[in-house]
Design a protein around this ligand. Structure first.
Ligand code: ADP
Ligand code: MG
Length: 259
């Protein structure tokens, strides 16, 4: 594939719910190894944009391209298998499973016979499961040695900040080329957010070529982490560029005034 071409692109991406145009003609180009933050007021259409890219919603109009290939309207599991992983705004961990099993479940989009299969039929795909468990441990350790130390405890017992990090580990387990995080710092204090920034930077260093699309409201993160920032308001892209440039744009400031 052409390494200069964007890994992820949306063209005129649009969805209406009844009379509401939640995402309106959005053009995005995410480069390989790029970190892009998506910002905008509540209800602007940011999460809906993620739902369109990950196949949860089918667009009314427009296209999603991954590595130059049209993936518009493909089912969620196909899009996950192709290399787009995500987290959700609200936590979707399995509270009654261990941290390690939560990461293992994130891997099942990539493992041939399926980690879930192996978990359900012990003995049958034992070797595959052992190899997967080893990789899950490595992913967890790579993101956070502290989480790794707790790998056999239940996810339900984790504090909020660690839950968000475990979700990132689970998304990484599918070996994605693009990882989309929906408000990863929600429920975090400044110290947690600094740790999150460190986590993302560590993952970037370990996985060259991996791209991030991050919906964020914490301006400390938005000011320091991404290569570029895209601003969405009322479903439309209203600005794009360096944080220092977009933050002083009148249109961007107006979008936040009503907040
Ligand atoms: P953000 O993530 O930027 O806060 P959302 O993408 O969640 O905003 O929502 C954008 C708009 O789309 C909101 O007005 C929301 O109510 C609406 N919306 C999202 N999903 C649906 C749906 N399935 N049906 C109807 N309206 C929806
Ligand atoms: Mg949202």
């Amino acid at each position: 594939s052409d390494t200069a071409a964007p890994i992820l692109e949306t063209r005129d991406l649009t969805i209406s719910f009844g009379g509401l145009v939640a995402v309106n003609g959005v053009d995005l180009r995410l480069a390989r190894s790029e970190v892009m933050c998506i910002i905008g007021p509540n209800g602007a259409g940011k999460s809906t944009l993620f739902n369109l890219i990950s196949g949860i919603y089918r667009p009314t109009r427009g296209q999603v391209l991954f590595d130059g290939q049209d993936i518009t309207g493909k089912p969620v599991h196909r899009i996950a298998a192709i290399g787009i992983a995500r987290t959700f705004q609200s936590s979707r961990l399995f509270n009654d499973l261990t941290l390690l099993d939560n990461v293992l479940i994130g891997m099942h989009t990539r493992t041939r016979s399926g980690v879930l299969d192996a978990l359900l039929r012990p003995g049958r795909a034992r070797a595959e499961l052992d190899a997967a468990a080893e990789r899950a441990e490595a992913i967890l350790h790579g993101l956070s040695p502290a989480l790794h130390a707790r790998r056999n405890t239940l996810a339900g017992a984790l504090p909020q900040a660690d839950r968000r990090r475990l979700e990132i580990a689970r998304a990484l387990a599918s070996e994605p080329k693009v990882i989309m995080l929906d408000e990863p710092s929600s429920g975090m204090d400044d110290r947690d957010t600094d740790a999150l920034i460190g986590d993302v930077r560590r993952v970037m260093a370990e996985k060259p070529g991996l791209s991030f699309l991050i919906i964020e409201h914490d301006m400390r993160l938005v000011a320091t982490l991404p290569d570029r920032v895209t601003v969405i308001d009322y479903g439309s892209k209203i600005a794009e560029g360096d944080y220092a440039d977009i933050r002083v744009m009148p249109r961007v400031q107006e979008a936040y005034l009503g907040q």
